[in-house]
Design a protein around this ligand. Structure first.
Ligand SMILES: Cc1cc2nc3c(=O)[nH]c(=O)nc-3n(C[C@H](O)[C@H](O)[C@H](O)COP(=O)(O)O)c2cc1C
Length: 158
């Protein structure tokens, strides 16, 4: 069990998805964070607004990239608002897990990379580099994402 004394218990787990794969990965991440003693709050990006990020010190976002490098439909309004509002996220640490497919080069993971850029531009700090899933997600991909989320949690607790 991680020593969570240096971490806030609450983690926001944001999900951007078109066909549900990112939700599967986000659910597994939320379960793993819960097992570590965090309170993981899953939120569909369709229900999210920029200021809610500032209510959390720790954010894990899982999003796919959709056609020609765009965000999935449920994430578009949230991302546009984040770009427009640029809330002060200087107290926030985050990680982004991207789902994509190299067959879509040169648009591989462009939405996830853009989200990292927007969060950084609002002053948030990346706890772990972008974790990318290419195709799938297979059971191994989900396990890899969970291992990455545990590394995020370790950074949160530091
Ligand atoms: C129509 C379509 C367009 C896609 N466009 C991209 C893309 O531009 N870049 C990329 O990296 N992946 C792309 N993908 C791959 C998806 O990101 C991948 O299938 C992902 O697992 C979907 O996640 P979701 O189920 O959460 O929506 C595309 C997939 C489809 C079916």
């Amino acid at each position: 069990m991680l020593d969570l004394r240096a971490a806030q218990p609450d983690v926001l787990v944001l999900v951007g998805t078109q066909t549900g794969n990112s939700e599967v990965v986000a659910d597994a991440i939320a379960d793993a964070l819960g097992d570590l003693g965090f309170a993981a709050h899953l939120l569909d990006m369709a229900e999210a607004y920029p200021e809610v990020l500032a209510d959390y010190r720790q954010v894990v976002a899982v999003t796919c990239t959709w056609s020609d490098g765009t965000f999935p439909d449920n994430a578009v309004d949230f991302v546009e608002a984040l770009d427009a509002v640029r809330p002060d996220l200087s107290g926030v640490r985050f990680g982004v897990c991207g789902l994509g497919d190299r067959d879509y080069d040169p648009y591989y993971q462009t939405a996830a990379m853009r989200l990292v850029g927007l969060l950084r531009a609002s002053g948030a700090t990346e706890a772990q580099p972008l974790h990318d899933i290419d195709g799938g997600p297979t059971a191994d991909d989900v396990a890899g994402a969970v291992a990455w989320a545990v590394r995020c949690a370790t950074a949160f607790a530091r």
